[in-house]
Design a protein around this ligand. Structure first.
Ligand SMILES: [Zn+2]
Length: 256
């Protein structure tokens, strides 16, 4: 009888965990695990390989929860592969690994296209497009993979698009992570208004021009540079770098 209560309690808390990370439960009692075939894919992911074992367990737990919580759909109804489930979720969880909230409540569905697609909204070609009203993130799988596989060109579609998701969340949510994002985003914008910072941005051309499209693209491009040119970003623009690091609450040891 007691066993039944424990089992039911376990299942209830696990279901709740899909929406909110219950730290005492995760750390004390249960890490969610991936199936063996999916775990093998995760084990090939460099960020995961680089983590200490205790963080590897947390990361796998988060990836498994993320997979359970999101809808994954293929635009032409092809089946979603294990590689797609794991890598899409691993990139999302890599971005948010320092945060308490990693479930991206402003995202319901990841819609995969095989390659770049034409948006019905403006007929432009897109590799990724986040629609916050529908809570849908559309992604070109080919470009997502390319962004992951080339690690030093400051182009990482997945990190870019997931940054749009948490940026939107920061404007529509009052969680501690959203509030912190908002606060440091404001401080970054204030930096951009300083003439010496602007001059340095112009002189160095460090960030690609697309970053200056608008404040949302700026943050998404900062994420790409944070993960792909971490040391250079830090030495060129230390103040902005530190604000961005605070947004993500990123630990030094996770940076590869
Ligand atoms: Zn963008």
């Amino acid at each position: 009888m007691v066993g039944v209560f424990i089992l039911v309690g376990h299942l209830v808390i696990r279901a709740m965990q899909r929406k909110r990370d219950i730290i005492f439960f995760r750390q004390g009692l249960s890490y969610r695990k991936l199936s063996l075939s999916r775990k093998r894919i995760l084990e090939e992911y460099p960020f995961y390989q680089h983590l200490q074992p205790k963080y590897q367990r947390q990361f796998e737990h988060r990836v498994a929860n993320f997979i359970a919580d999101k809808h994954f759909r293929h635009r032409y109804d092809e089946p979603i592969t294990d590689e797609q489930y794991v890598l899409l979720s691993a990139v999302a969880c890599r971005l948010t690994f320092g945060r308490r909230s990693y479930q991206m409540p402003m995202l319901h569905t990841i819609l995969l296209f095989p390659e770049a697609f034409t948006s019905p909204v403006n007929e432009a070609e897109h590799k990724g497009e986040y629609n916050p009203n529908a809570k849908v993130l559309a992604l070109s799988w080919a470009d997502f993979k390319l962004g992951m596989d080339v690690i030093n060109d400051n182009l990482h579609l997945g990190l870019h698009e997931f940054t749009h998701v948490i940026h939107f969340e920061s404007e529509h949510s009052a969680t501690v992570d959203a509030t912190r994002f908002h606060k440091y985003h404001q401080l970054i914008l204030r930096q951009l208004m300083r003439s010496e910072v602007r001059a340095k941005l112009d002189d160095t051309q460090f960030f690609r021009a697309y970053a200056f499209t608008n404040q949302y693209e700026f943050m998404a491009v900062l994420a790409e540079y944070f993960f792909e040119s971490n040391a250079e970003f830090r030495s060129e623009f230390p103040v902005i770098y530190n604000y961005f690091k605070r947004i993500l609450l990123y630990k030094e040891e996770w940076i590869i």
